[in-house]
Design a protein around this ligand. Structure first.
Ligand code: A3D
Length: 320
């Protein structure tokens, strides 16, 4: 069986971490692409030189030409610029929209059958623009944010309860912004919903509220600490989980920014919802019923995604 081919469009902090993880997990061969000369070549060679020590077989190469991504099975897009302290994700629209235009054209020409995972911010608007500019089927273009947001939520909860992260499940809906919606009643420790754990005295409502707030601002917390860029280890691990579910047809149920055409009452927008990811890309959007306050939070989050998309349409009327 030939190895799968994974193209990483953008070879910065997340791109480099993605390449390393693809190698360590033996998901396939890697082509790293970037406009910066030498960076994808240098990083891919460095990671390839680690393979005898770590014991994985994968071909890694770096390029500044789109033709090298030809026939990729998966493309993971991180091209663009990340946030600096004081910037919101939305401040990145102008620059990253142009980047999505170029990347979409490259994927359309050379890898039209790929499963495409977008990570570039502002996520929900950039994945929308990337689907438009690439013209790929909507079920084959998704955004990574929910896996990361729920991983942060899970980590904070496991730390609070002093239990394994593996036994904590968490559910985060909505756009990847500070008004994302961590759903407390669908988040559990070994199947026990968080509100029950409050009743059982494992934590207090005030502590739980503080964890929800920290989850919402999780990206900003890292940006403020790093000062020169944004998170990259956890975002890369999250995108790899999505890629693996597609490549191995695992049909994992993962929160992803998926194209909605009426689900949750939302049309022609990418918003974070639980999805089944398998060999056909997004095979199903899981529609859960929301309580009134959750609906209101979800609507607020969707409205801000809509606002970002409208801003994109103003900058690039071709996308409308
Ligand atoms: P960084 O290390 O700056 O890497 C970005 C790379 O993109 C650089 O190597 C650039 O040279 C390259 N690049 C710029 N323009 C182009 C272009 N036109 N074509 C190809 N490559 C280009 O950033 P990073 O890896 O830390 O982050 C990448 C993106 O992910 C940023 O937009 C972040 O805001 C975003 N991000 C999203 C999340 C989510 O959860 C959605 C989390 C963390 C970061």
């Amino acid at each position: 069986m030939p190895r799968k081919k994974i193209a990483l469009i953008g070879s910065g902090q997340i791109g480099g971490t993605l390449a390393h993880l693809v190698g360590l997990k033996e998901l396939g061969d890697v082509v790293m692409f970037d406009i910066a000369e030498g960076i994808p070549q240098g990083k891919s060679l460095d990671i390839a030189e680690s393979s005898p020590v770590s014991g994985f077989d994968a071909k890694l190469s770096g390029t500044n030409g789109y033709e090298e991504i030809k026939d990729a099975d998966v493309c993971i897009v991180t091209a663009g610029v990340p946030r600096k302290p004081g910037m919101s994700r939305d401040d990145l629209i102008g620059i990253n929209l142009k980047v999505m235009d170029q990347v979409g054209a490259g994927i359309k020409k050379y890898a039209p059958n790929a499963f495409v995972i977008c990570i570039t911010n502002p996520l929900d608007a950039m994945v929308w623009a990337l689907q438009k500019s690439s013209g790929l089927p909507r079920n084959m273009v998704v955004g990574m944010a929910g896996v990361l947001d729920s991983a942060r939520f899970r980590y904070f909860l496991a730390d609070e309860f002093n239990v394994s992260v593996e036994d904590v499940t968490a559910f985060v809906l909505g756009g990847h912004g500070d008004d994302m919606v961590p759903l407390v009643r669908y988040s559990t420790v070994a199947g026990i919903p968080l509100p029950d754990l409050v009743k059982m005295g494992w934590t207090t409502q005030a502590k739980l509220d503080a964890i929800v707030d920290r989850t919402r601002k999780g990206g900003g917390e890292i940006v403020n600490l790093l000062k020169t860029g944004s998170a990259f280890y956890a975002p890369a691990a999250s995108a790899i989980q999505m890629a693996e579910s597609y490549l191995k047809d695992k049909k994992r149920v993962l929160p992803c920014a998926a194209y909605l055409s009426g689900e949750y009452g939302v049309k022609d927008l990418y918003v974070g919802v639980p999805c089944v990811i398998g060999e056909k890309g997004v095979e199903r959007v899981v529609e859960i019923s929301l309580a009134k306050p959750e609906q209101e939070m979800f609507k607020k989050s969707v409205d801000s995604v809509q606002g970002l998309v409208e801003a994109c349409k103003k900058v690039s009327p071709d996308l409308a």
